[in-house]
Design a protein around this ligand. Structure first.
Ligand code: PRP
Ligand code: URA
Length: 209
């Protein structure tokens, strides 16, 4: 069964407060999402396996560590997931980036896929699917389906804010996928928005409303 982690680091929680605030403008919103994504990347990579290596310092040989194991792939769900990519890449610069394009039909709230492009060596990578919002869970489930269909076997899901309903849907559909959050909110409203959430993540990031 999926494990759910809510990062309670004070810096993440502090920045999330400003992200939620409706008086935060597009520029600051974008910067804060980027910063929180970087901090979450730091936490999510805590369990990466290390291997022993020896390097030559100017003084002599030093026994040290390097990250071992699978190479990483990031998969932002378009559009809003794009806002988290650069922050994570600052922490994990060697990660490759795939894209899954989905939008939520405003009537049915069901995800509609319009674009998928993943790194060529899908089977050899550990993927982190990223999206600021996990609402009904439809988009995350569909994005993970899309990755698995193309051969991905190791997947984590990282979101800023989730509704309990969406978390349950992802756990049910993908029990092998652990979920990493900055906050678990109260519920969804009748339009499928997270309450209290932060509003429409894509619109706030890109200034489209
Ligand atoms: C938002 C958000 C998620 C999705 C979450 O995207 O970024 O992808 O909704 O909702 P769900 O859990 O109910 O599927 P949206 O569909 O608004 O598209 P956009 O990023 O292009 O604005
Ligand atoms: N998508 C968003 O951008 N915000 C929500 O609250 C739900 C879905």
């Amino acid at each position: 069964m999926s494990k759910v982690f809510v990062f309670d680091h004070p810096l993440i929680q502090h920045k999330l407060t400003y992200i939620r605030d409706k008086s935060t403008g597009t520029k600051e919103f974008r910067e804060l999402v980027d910063e929180v994504a970087a901090l979450m990347a730091f936490e999510i990579t805590r369990d990466l396996p290390l291997q022993d290596v020896t390097v030559e310092t100017p003084v002599g040989p030093a026994k040290s560590k390097k990250i071992a194991g699978k190479k990483l792939g990031l998969v932002p769900i378009l559009r809003a997931g794009l806002g988290m990519v650069d922050g994570i890449l600052r922490m994990i610069p060697a990660a490759r980036v795939g894209h899954v394009g989905l939008y939520r039909d405003p009537e049915t709230l069901k995800p509609v896929e319009y674009y998928v492009k993943l790194p060529a060596d899908v089977e050899e990578r550990e993927f982190i699917v990223i999206d600021p919002m996990l609402a009904t869970g439809g988009s995350a489930v569909e994005a993970i389906n899309s990755l698995k269909k193309r051969g991905a076997t190791t997947i984590k899901l990282m979101c800023l804010i989730a509704a309990p309903e969406g978390v349950e849907i992802v756990k049910e559909a993908h029990p092998d996928v652990d979920i990493y959050l900055a906050a678990m909110d109260e519920k969804l409203n009748e339009k499928g928005y997270i309450v209290p959430g932060l509003g429409d993540a894509g619109d706030r990031l890109f200034g489209t409303k």
